[in-house]
Structure formats: structure tokens, C-alpha cells
Design a protein around this ligand. Structure first.
Ligand SMILES: O=P(O)(O)OC[C@H]1O[C@H](OP(=O)(O)OP(=O)(O)O)[C@H](O)[C@@H]1O
Ligand SMILES: Nc1ncnc2[nH]cnc12
Length: 179
């Protein structure tokens, strides 16, 4: 247990923060320094997979949020041996789509998923890099519900606790690093 906390603390030390990006007043947390160091990237992937495997009943599908949820969602889905489904910003996916509008920490957008990608009744794990206001994960929750499936949990690397995104979400939230 202590080893896990130790590893998370070491991963946390790799994050870099940028004041006033992308807008004045936002402190932006950059996860890419972790990915630039394979030792830490692997440690982080393993920590996410451990959390995903603890979820009971088991996860049957992983849905990753564009863009940074695409870095980890597919890795987790392979380890769980379940399908990966992308949730994308408006206008990026072909075919019939389900759509939801939402607000996030620094703007508004639309998220979409392909109509038949998430099978009705399945237990879906939502994956993203960071939870701020919760707008992106809440919109994704509604997409999963529109598909007739259920959200097993939301899994993020970083949770910005003062923004209380967790309180807006009707799902369990698992976060590795609380800032
Ligand atoms: O909890 P929220 O307030 O919704 O904010 C969190 C979201 O914001 C960031 O993505 P962003 O929409 O900036 O997109 P990007 O990953 O494409 O840069 C982040 O990766 C989350 O998806
Ligand atoms: N402060 C932040 N840093 C990085 N990504 C974010 N997405 C929303 N808020 C963010």
C-alpha cells in the first residue's frame, strides 16, 4: 500500500503547471512530462489498470474522452480485454451519432459518440486525464445513458478538488492525484 502511495507521489512530482493557460486565471496541469519518461508512463498506466480492475461488477467497456483520455483509455481497455470507444468533440466522428452540449473549466463544447459503439446494458468506465468542473465527464455520462448503457465509474489521473467536479457527477469517481 505504502509503495503505491509512493509511486503516485513520484508521478505527481513529474506534473508541470502553467499559470494563465489557456486563459487568464486558469492554472493548467500538463501530464505530458510523465509520458516523456517511460518509467513514469508505465507506473501511471499500471496504477490506472489496478484501479480499473478493482471495480465490481467488472467493467465491460472503456470510453475515453478526447483528447487526453485517448492516451490511457485504450491501454486500460486492452488490459481489461474489453472494447474501447472514443468520445469525441463535435464534427470528428462519422456515421450516426449521439451528442451532448456541455460547459467545462474554460469554455463550452459538444461531445459525441457513435450510435452503436456502446452496447445497451454494458458497464462503461469513463476515462480522462483530469476532472475540473466535471462538465466533460457529466456530458459523457449522459452519452452513455443515451446509448442505453450504465457508467461503472469515472477514472481520472488528476482531480482539481476545489472545483468540486466530483459533486456534480452521478457516478463513482476514482482519482489518483488530488490537487
Ligand atoms: O472537468 P472539466 O471542467 O470538464 O474539464 C476537464 C476536461 O478539460 C480538459 O480537456 P479539454 O476539453 O481542454 O480538451 P483537450 O483534451 O482536447 O485539450 C481535460 O482533458 C478534461 O477533458
Ligand atoms: N486546469 C486544468 N489543467 C489541465 N487540464 C484542464 N482541463 C480543465 N481544466 C484543466
Amino acid at each position: 500500500m505504502a509503495a503505491d502511495h509512493d509511486k503516485i507521489a513520484r508521478i505527481k512530482e513529474q506534473l508541470k503547471s502553467y499559470p494563465d493557460y489557456p486563459k487568464k486565471g486558469i492554472l493548467f496541469w500538463d501530464i505530458f512530462p510523465i509520458l516523456q519518461q517511460p518509467e513514469y508512463f508505465r507506473m501511471l498506466k499500471d496504477a490506472l489498470v489496478v484501479e480499473a480492475k478493482k471495480i465490481s461488477p467488472p467493467v465491460e467497456c472503456v470510453a475515453g474522452l478526447e483528447a487526453r483520455g485517448f492516451l490511457f483509455g485504450p491501454l486500460i481497455s486492452l488490459e481489461l480485454n474489453v472494447p474501447f470507444v472514443p468520445i469525441r468533440k463535435k464534427g470528428k466522428l462519422p456515421g450516426n451519432l449521439l451528442s451532448v452540449c456541455y460547459s467545462k473549466e474554460y469554455g463550452q463544447d459538444v461531445l459525441e459518440v457513435q450510435e452503436n459503439a456502446i452496447k445497451p446494458g454494458k458497464r462503461v468506465l469513463l476515462v480522462d486525464d483530469l476532472l475540473a468542473t466535471g462538465g466533460s465527464l457529466l456530458a459523457s455520462y449522459h452519452l452513455v445513458k443515451k446509448a442505453g448503457a450504465q457508467v461503472a465509474a469515472s477514472l481520472v489521473i488528476i482531480e482539481l478538488e476545489p472545483l468540486k467536479g466530483r459533486d456534480t457527477l452521478p457516478t463513482d469517481v476514482i482519482s489518483l492525484i488530488k490537487l
